[in-house]
Design a protein around this ligand. Structure first.
Ligand code: COA
Length: 164
Protein backbone atom coordinates (compact mmCIF):
# COMPACT_ATOMS: atom_id res chain seq x y z
CA UNK A 1 0.00 0.00 0.00
CA UNK A 2 1.65 3.22 -1.19
CA UNK A 3 0.31 6.20 0.77
CA UNK A 4 1.06 9.85 -0.06
CA UNK A 5 0.50 13.04 1.89
CA UNK A 6 -0.56 16.25 0.15
CA UNK A 7 -0.03 18.89 2.84
CA UNK A 8 -1.10 22.51 2.96
CA UNK A 9 -2.95 25.15 4.92
CA UNK A 10 -5.84 25.13 2.41
CA UNK A 11 -7.23 28.53 3.46
CA UNK A 12 -9.27 27.73 1.41
CA UNK A 13 -8.66 24.77 -0.90
CA UNK A 14 -8.52 25.95 -4.55
CA UNK A 15 -8.91 24.31 -7.96
CA UNK A 16 -5.09 24.30 -8.12
CA UNK A 17 -4.86 22.22 -4.94
CA UNK A 18 -7.56 19.87 -6.26
CA UNK A 19 -5.57 19.37 -9.45
CA UNK A 20 -2.55 18.23 -7.39
CA UNK A 21 -4.66 15.99 -5.12
CA UNK A 22 -6.44 14.38 -8.10
CA UNK A 23 -3.22 13.69 -9.95
CA UNK A 24 -1.51 12.35 -6.80
CA UNK A 25 -4.48 9.99 -6.30
CA UNK A 26 -3.74 8.47 -9.71
CA UNK A 27 -0.14 7.71 -8.71
CA UNK A 28 -0.55 5.99 -5.34
CA UNK A 29 -3.00 3.71 -3.56
CA UNK A 30 -4.13 6.30 -1.04
CA UNK A 31 -3.74 10.04 -0.59
CA UNK A 32 -4.08 11.68 2.81
CA UNK A 33 -4.71 15.41 2.44
CA UNK A 34 -2.97 16.85 5.52
CA UNK A 35 -4.58 20.11 6.59
CA UNK A 36 -2.10 22.09 8.70
CA UNK A 37 -3.28 24.16 11.66
CA UNK A 38 -0.77 26.89 10.60
CA UNK A 39 -1.66 29.27 13.47
CA UNK A 40 1.09 31.71 12.41
CA UNK A 41 -0.73 32.28 9.11
CA UNK A 42 -3.79 33.51 11.01
CA UNK A 43 -6.17 31.65 8.68
CA UNK A 44 -9.53 33.07 7.58
CA UNK A 45 -11.21 29.65 8.04
CA UNK A 46 -10.82 27.56 11.20
CA UNK A 47 -8.96 24.24 10.99
CA UNK A 48 -12.33 22.42 11.23
CA UNK A 49 -13.82 24.53 8.42
CA UNK A 50 -10.79 24.05 6.17
CA UNK A 51 -10.78 20.29 6.77
CA UNK A 52 -14.52 20.03 6.07
CA UNK A 53 -14.22 22.04 2.83
CA UNK A 54 -11.41 19.78 1.57
CA UNK A 55 -13.53 16.74 2.53
CA UNK A 56 -16.49 18.03 0.52
CA UNK A 57 -14.31 19.01 -2.45
CA UNK A 58 -12.65 15.57 -2.60
CA UNK A 59 -15.71 13.43 -1.75
CA UNK A 60 -15.79 12.08 -5.33
CA UNK A 61 -12.24 10.67 -5.03
CA UNK A 62 -12.50 7.20 -3.44
CA UNK A 63 -8.82 6.86 -2.43
CA UNK A 64 -8.50 10.29 -0.81
CA UNK A 65 -9.05 11.05 2.86
CA UNK A 66 -8.58 14.29 4.74
CA UNK A 67 -6.95 14.73 8.17
CA UNK A 68 -6.05 17.84 10.18
CA UNK A 69 -2.61 18.02 11.84
CA UNK A 70 -0.72 20.31 14.19
CA UNK A 71 2.83 18.96 14.38
CA UNK A 72 5.87 18.47 12.17
CA UNK A 73 4.97 17.14 8.75
CA UNK A 74 7.52 14.32 9.07
CA UNK A 75 5.97 13.25 12.40
CA UNK A 76 2.48 13.22 10.91
CA UNK A 77 3.73 11.31 7.85
CA UNK A 78 5.18 8.63 10.13
CA UNK A 79 1.88 8.36 12.04
CA UNK A 80 -0.06 8.02 8.78
CA UNK A 81 2.45 5.49 7.45
CA UNK A 82 2.99 7.69 4.38
CA UNK A 83 6.22 7.35 2.42
CA UNK A 84 5.85 10.25 0.01
CA UNK A 85 4.82 13.91 0.12
CA UNK A 86 3.32 15.33 -3.08
CA UNK A 87 3.26 19.09 -3.60
CA UNK A 88 2.31 21.40 -6.43
CA UNK A 89 4.97 23.59 -8.01
CA UNK A 90 3.67 26.71 -9.68
CA UNK A 91 5.79 29.61 -10.92
CA UNK A 92 9.55 29.61 -10.42
CA UNK A 93 8.99 31.77 -7.30
CA UNK A 94 7.79 28.66 -5.42
CA UNK A 95 11.05 26.91 -6.00
CA UNK A 96 13.38 28.35 -3.36
CA UNK A 97 10.82 28.02 -0.55
CA UNK A 98 9.85 24.47 -1.55
CA UNK A 99 13.53 23.56 -1.93
CA UNK A 100 14.21 24.72 1.64
CA UNK A 101 11.23 22.84 3.11
CA UNK A 102 12.14 19.67 1.23
CA UNK A 103 15.75 19.89 2.42
CA UNK A 104 14.69 20.28 6.07
CA UNK A 105 12.15 17.46 5.80
CA UNK A 106 14.81 15.27 4.21
CA UNK A 107 17.21 15.91 7.08
CA UNK A 108 14.50 15.17 9.61
CA UNK A 109 13.31 12.03 7.84
CA UNK A 110 15.44 10.81 4.88
CA UNK A 111 13.04 7.97 4.07
CA UNK A 112 10.23 10.40 3.26
CA UNK A 113 10.36 11.34 -0.44
CA UNK A 114 8.97 14.62 -1.77
CA UNK A 115 7.55 14.72 -5.29
CA UNK A 116 6.49 17.85 -7.16
CA UNK A 117 3.69 18.03 -9.69
CA UNK A 118 3.84 21.03 -12.01
CA UNK A 119 0.73 23.18 -12.08
CA UNK A 120 -1.04 23.47 -15.42
CA UNK A 121 -0.96 27.02 -16.92
CA UNK A 122 -4.46 27.97 -15.75
CA UNK A 123 -3.47 27.45 -12.10
CA UNK A 124 0.08 28.78 -12.32
CA UNK A 125 -0.73 32.04 -10.51
CA UNK A 126 -3.60 30.84 -8.36
CA UNK A 127 -3.18 30.97 -4.59
CA UNK A 128 -5.42 30.95 -1.55
CA UNK A 129 -4.60 34.59 -0.81
CA UNK A 130 -5.62 35.64 -4.35
CA UNK A 131 -8.88 33.73 -3.86
CA UNK A 132 -9.49 35.46 -0.49
CA UNK A 133 -8.81 38.85 -2.08
CA UNK A 134 -11.23 38.24 -4.98
CA UNK A 135 -13.85 36.96 -2.51
CA UNK A 136 -13.46 39.97 -0.20
CA UNK A 137 -14.13 42.26 -3.16
CA UNK A 138 -17.08 40.11 -4.30
CA UNK A 139 -15.51 38.98 -7.57
CA UNK A 140 -16.49 35.86 -9.51
CA UNK A 141 -14.86 32.81 -7.91
CA UNK A 142 -16.22 30.13 -10.22
CA UNK A 143 -13.00 29.26 -12.08
CA UNK A 144 -10.78 29.35 -8.97
CA UNK A 145 -12.52 27.16 -6.37
CA UNK A 146 -15.00 24.26 -6.13
CA UNK A 147 -18.69 25.18 -5.52
CA UNK A 148 -18.63 24.37 -1.77
CA UNK A 149 -15.72 26.80 -1.24
CA UNK A 150 -17.40 29.47 -3.37
CA UNK A 151 -20.46 29.25 -1.11
CA UNK A 152 -18.39 29.30 2.08
CA UNK A 153 -16.47 32.39 0.92
CA UNK A 154 -19.65 34.16 -0.13
CA UNK A 155 -21.11 33.47 3.32
CA UNK A 156 -17.93 34.77 5.04
CA UNK A 157 -17.95 38.01 3.09
CA UNK A 158 -21.74 38.49 2.89
CA UNK A 159 -21.73 41.01 5.75
CA UNK A 160 -19.33 43.34 3.94
CA UNK A 161 -21.48 43.10 0.76
CA UNK A 162 -24.58 44.40 2.53
CA UNK A 163 -22.62 47.06 4.42
CA UNK A 164 -21.29 48.63 1.36
N1 COA B 1 -2.32 25.46 -6.53
C1 COA B 1 -2.76 26.61 -6.00
N2 COA B 1 -2.19 27.20 -4.94
C2 COA B 1 -1.16 26.56 -4.35
C3 COA B 1 -0.67 25.36 -4.83
C4 COA B 1 -1.29 24.81 -5.97
N3 COA B 1 -0.88 23.67 -6.52
N4 COA B 1 0.36 24.99 -4.05
C5 COA B 1 0.52 25.92 -3.11
N5 COA B 1 -0.41 26.89 -3.29
C6 COA B 1 -0.51 28.13 -2.53
C7 COA B 1 -1.45 28.09 -1.40
O1 COA B 1 -2.75 28.40 -1.81
C8 COA B 1 -0.89 29.16 -0.49
O2 COA B 1 -1.28 30.43 -0.93
P1 COA B 1 -1.22 31.74 -0.01
O3 COA B 1 0.12 31.75 0.69
O4 COA B 1 -1.40 32.80 -1.00
O5 COA B 1 -2.34 31.60 0.95
C9 COA B 1 0.59 29.05 -0.69
O6 COA B 1 0.76 28.42 -1.94
C10 COA B 1 1.26 28.30 0.41
O7 COA B 1 0.57 27.11 0.61
P2 COA B 1 0.31 26.43 2.03
O8 COA B 1 -0.88 25.59 1.88
O9 COA B 1 0.34 27.40 3.15
O10 COA B 1 1.49 25.46 2.05
P3 COA B 1 3.00 25.70 2.34
O11 COA B 1 3.73 25.34 1.10
O12 COA B 1 3.29 27.03 2.94
O13 COA B 1 3.27 24.55 3.41
C11 COA B 1 2.82 23.01 5.10
C12 COA B 1 2.36 24.26 4.37
C13 COA B 1 1.68 22.54 5.92
C14 COA B 1 3.19 21.93 4.11
C15 COA B 1 4.08 23.36 5.92
O14 COA B 1 3.89 24.60 6.56
C16 COA B 1 4.36 22.29 6.95
O15 COA B 1 4.90 21.27 6.62
N6 COA B 1 3.95 22.54 8.22
C17 COA B 1 4.12 21.60 9.30
C18 COA B 1 5.24 22.03 10.21
C19 COA B 1 6.56 21.55 9.67
O16 COA B 1 6.79 20.38 9.44
N7 COA B 1 7.49 22.50 9.47
C20 COA B 1 8.80 22.20 8.97
C21 COA B 1 8.81 22.16 7.47
S1 COA B 1 10.25 23.05 6.90
Amino acid sequence: MKRALTPGTFDPVTSGHLDVITRAAQLVDEVVVAVAASPKKNPLFTLEERTELVRQATAHLPNVRVEPFDELLVTFARKMDATVVVKGLRAITDFEYEFQMTAINYQLSPALETLFIMSPPQYMYLSSSVVREVASLHGDLEQFVPPCVKEALERKFAATATNG
